[in-house]
Write a protein that binds this ligand. Sequence first.
Ligand code: ADP
Length: 306
Amino acid sequence: MADVIISVENLTRKYGDLVAVDGISFSVVRGSTFAFLGPNGAGKSTTISCLTTLAPFEGKIEIAGRKVGRDDEEIDAEIGVVFQQSLLDPTLTVFDILQTRAKFYGIKRPEARAKIDKMADLIEIREILGRRYGSLSGGQQRRVDIARALIHNPKILFLDEPTTGLDPQGRQLVWETVALLQKELGLTVFLTTHYMEETERANQVYIIDHGHIIAHGTPHRLRAKYANNQLRLQPKDQTLPARLDKMGIKYDVKDDILAIDIETPENALELLDQVRGLISDFEFVHGNMDDVFLKLTGKDLREGKR
Ligand code: ADP
């Protein structure tokens, strides 16, 4: 049996009449990356608040064998949390931020220094320890947030939309850090995101919409189940559409390209064999996690489209 570190049964959270999270259940395996994916307002942050002992809820949550709502103090020692919006004082240096946090957890000065030293190398923030938080790039700030969340050696790291608002370079930095921490410290990472492509790195993806889980699985299985591969053909010969019609193959036409939903690369090869004289170019495009969400909800998840 898998070693479950977070177990959630029938979690419900209401704000007045609004049911923000509606009876969801899931479990997270120790040392894994678990991604909670959904559009704005789906219930992701609300779920994180409940899991991290910050909000009341109905249902049952167990973290590292302890019960949220009963053993919150012990649970707080096991978890580190990075919120969407950092509320850190921009005038403080990175070192001061980390030292203050260590003090909050009652970590003595020499031990705190040693801890900060180790973190500085692991998260690669040594060269910015003396910089003011407000002067750092978004990606650097997020790495400091992560270092701060790990100062008391938690086993689980919660990240609420850790890369929202970062440029591609900043997002890359954050992802490298998360991967490293998992490898070096064996951390369990629970993260929320509305960037589909980021869930490709997770062991498990749960897709949430309107407070309900609408699908879950490994990224690979979700893609295989809900996303179509596509074969795109550039006609050389005007007879290509007629040939496809005759073969009973459905296609969409866009900018002269004929796009065909196709199950496997083998199917694509077979088809290419039959039309090779009629095409001047082709492309095989794998289905991605964007397609999964679109297929499940009929909605596009990407920023700016909702
Ligand atoms: P997400 O993190 O997926 O964007 P949230 O968990 O923030 O979603 O929100 C889920 C739903 O709950 C939304 O409809 C949101 O408007 C509502 N909501 C969130 N926080 C509050 C609150 N403090 N009071 C009332 N409604 C809230």
